[in-house]
Write a protein of this length. Structure first.
Length: 304
């Protein structure tokens, strides 16, 4: 049995689907703050609860759980800057609570969603590999790194095995365009409604956009990775202006974006070195144009 925290969320639900496709039994733990009931795979058991609840073992039979895939988090960089206490409460104390449940019930493996976009901060060199110094620009980046450190401490103290996956910018179907995190879904949503998207900053800031199906595949493979910290991205740098053009071309959209001031706590340029993941057997299958087409098709249907 695999427990997926945040399994009704954008990334978590794709991981659940991938696990069930591969004949795993899955429990989803999600409080539906940002998760969506429509994302819940009917073949999974669903528990509506918060990762911070001290009585989680009254709701979940942890004796049956062999691995925890921990996706539940406060994921909004801007919210973390405005409310660092809440960010730390969910991302640090919530993670410790999960680790304590694992310790209590002798669950020996955690796969943890960290952030390759946020923990490294403004890069000293590109592409950024796993040995790059940690220098987060936001409470979110720091809370994710503290989660990593707690997991590695539990490994040293109690022998808990782990795979820490540092995601680049994940996009794909089910990403909420009303949220703050998914620039691709936000741009597509605006263009489909014939509204002008906003670009914060000059648009030359860059990201490494990785498709959610490839991230789900990495989590499945990480069941066999032991005590590894691994970047999960494409190793390709795309500017927000380039991204805008690709989406606009795909939708035959001719309006220019609105440019606004940059946002606090956000890195200017980043893309990840993914050689370590490749050495472990993982490579992304879906390139950006193909992934954008998938999201457009999904959003057209979702808007009907």
């Amino acid at each position: 049995m695999i427990l997926v925290t945040g399994g009704a969320g954008f990334i978590g639900s794709h991981i659940v689907d991938k696990l069930i496709e591969n004949n795993y039994d899955v429990i989803i733990l999600d409080n539906l703050t940002t998760g969506n009931k429509n994302n819940i795979n009917p073949k999974a058991e669903f528990v509506n609860a918060d990762i911070r609840n001290k009585d989680l073992d009254e709701k979940i039979n942890f004796k049956d759980v062999e691995v925890v895939i921990h996706q539940a988090a406060q994921i909004n960089v801007r919210n973390s800057v405005e409310n660092p206490v809440y960010d730390a409460d969910v991302n640090i104390l919530g993670t410790i609570n999960i680790l304590e449940m694992m310790r209590k019930y002798d669950i020996n493996k955690i796969i943890f969603a960290s952030s390759g976009g946020a923990v490294y901060g403004e890069p000293n060199y590109l592409p950024v590999d796993e040995n790059h110094p940690i220098n987060p620009l936001s409470p979110y980046g720091l809370s994710k790194y503290v989660g990593e450190e707690y997991i590695q401490l539990y490994n040293r103290l109690y022998g808990t095995e782990y795979a820490i996956l540092r995601y680049s910018n994940v996009y794909g179907e089910r990403q909420d365009p009303r949220g703050e995190a998914g620039v691709i879904s936000i741009f597509i949503d605006k263009m489909l409604k014939n509204q002008r998207p906003i670009i914060f900053g000059d648009g030359n800031q860059t990201r490494d956009f990785v498709y959610v199906g490839d991230v789900a595949k990495a989590n499945l493979m990480a069941l066999n990775w032991k005590n590894e910290v691994v970047n999960i991205g494409t190793g390709k740098e795309t500017s927000v202006n380039e991204l805008y053009k690709v989406i606009a071309n795909e939708l035959n959209y001719n309006n220019k974006p609105i440019y606004d001031k940059p946002r606090e706590g956000e890195v200017y340029r980043i893309f990840l070195d993914v050689k370590k993941a490749q050495n472990l057997g993982w490579v992304p299958d879906v390139d950006l144009k193909e992934g954008i087409k998938k999201v457009i098709n999904w959003m057209r249907n979702a808007l009907k």
